[in-house]
Design a protein around this ligand. Structure first.
Ligand SMILES: C[S@@+](CC[C@H](N)C(=O)[O-])C[C@H]1O[C@@H](n2cnc3c(N)ncnc32)[C@H](O)[C@@H]1O
Length: 358
């Protein structure tokens, strides 16, 4: 959205732009081409985050006198508003702007998508579950819901749903070697090692570019610490791959989980680097494929539409028919509900048996 008026002290009218002296400074009210009014405080109360350029200018400027408006300051404010408005609009269109209306009396969920006719779903049905779950996941991510969990006392930055699903895959595959890139504070490594211990087989290798001595000490002190090897370095670098080669037995069932740098380029490099060591029937799992769907939520970035793990997975699969994307299948006899509560949707890749590869 473009701002239709630049501030001109000679011509601006109250309808276009007004500036009043308030307790904390000036309040500017700007009308945009779409008729939206935006009010922003200038002067002492103006924040660096809300309007950085105006903040800098305000810092440089002498305290303005009564009813004097600094035109340059206001034009900077308009520029900031303009760019923030553009970002806001982009974010909305990325999300495919949507309105959900829950009617608990009628037991319906009405879904209104921009440019489409409203669709009504049974509130307690599969489609409504998928829509509501998606928004729940997005809101929870924005509130850092996933920061609220630990495993054996160490933070694990995952949704419990994904961890239980991962346990199902361990049960199915019975890996002898589990490699995780992106260790953070070690909770996820302890989780994998706990599963190995419970299954009576398997060991875990964790790779992180940042490996404080305290992390090594903490992990080593745990009951399952003897099952864990830590490697420091860039997970897609030849040095790290050489170290993994040195400790790996090619005959052992190997499962890889990628959760380090989430840029498309890095994840693609990791996928290419680790795919060859994932054994038949086992998994190459890419965490945080959800990021593409978080581009517009608070804390998300518009660039994540293209620059995030999901884009890397799509490109990888197009070149690697030996891997297939797998979705969750529930235990026998239960409905196959949408895989909606997950950060890893579309990121579960299974290596086909050789004879299946096309
Ligand atoms: C999302 S956290 C990992 C969370 C962890 N897997 C868990 O579930 O608790 C990402 C980690 O990746 C690491 N990292 C970032 N870039 C990396 C790279 N190029 N190579 C290896 N690790 C990297 C960071 O240091 C950080 O600890």
């Amino acid at each position: 959205m473009a701002i239709d008026k630049r501030f001109d002290p000679g011509r601006s009218s109250a309808g276009d732009l007004a500036a009043n002296r308030g307790q904390e400074g000036y309040r500017a009210s700007v009308r945009t081409t779409a008729g939206r009014r935006a009010g922003v405080l200038l002067g002492k109360g103006h924040s660096r985050e809300a309007c950085p350029a105006a903040f800098r200018k305000q810092r440089q400027a002498a305290q303005p006198g009564p009813r004097r408006v600094d035109p340059e300051l206001l034009n900077l404010l308009i520029d900031d508003l303009d760019s923030r408005e553009t970002v806001r609009k982009e974010r909305l269109s990325y999300a495919g702007s949507m309105k959900l209306v829950i009617d608990t009396d009628a037991r319906t969920l009405a879904v209104e998508e921009a440019g489409k006719q409203s669709v009504s779903h049974e509130l307690y049905g599969r489609d409504a579950f998928a829509h509501i779950s998606r928004q729940w996941v997005r809101a929870g991510w924005s509130l850092r819901y996933y920061h609220g969990f630990t495993w054996m006392g160490l933070p694990v930055l995952q949704l419990p749903d994904d961890l239980v699903r991962l346990q199902e895959v361990f049960w199915e595959v019975r890996p002898r070697l589990v490699i995780e890139t992106g260790v953070f504070q070690g909770g996820s490594l302890l989780f994998h090692a706990s599963l190995c211990k419970a299954l009576g087989q398997g060991r875990v290798v964790g790779v992180d570019i940042d490996m404080p001595a305290s992390l090594r000490e903490t992990v080593a002190r745990r009951d399952v610490g003897s099952l864990i090897t830590l490697i420091q370095g860039d997970s897609a670098s030849p040095e790290v791959l050489r170290q993994i080669e040195a400790l790996r037995n090619p005959d052992e069932t190997t499962l890889v989980l990628l959760d380090s740098d989430h840029s498309r380029e890095h994840v693609r490099r990791e996928l290419e680097a680790f795919a060859p060591i994932v054994t038949e029937g086992s998994y190459l799992i890419v965490a945080d494929t959800i990021m593409r769907d978080l581009a517009d939520v608070p804390g998300g970035e518009p660039s994540w539409i293209e620059d995030s793990p999901a884009a890397a997975v799509d490109a990888f699969l197009a070149d690697h028919p030996e891997f297939e994307r797998v979705s969750h299948s529930p235990p026998d006899g239960l409905d196959d509900l949408p895989d909606a509560v997950s950060y890893w949707g579309g990121g579960w890749l299974r290596r086909r048996a050789c004879r299946q590869a096309t």
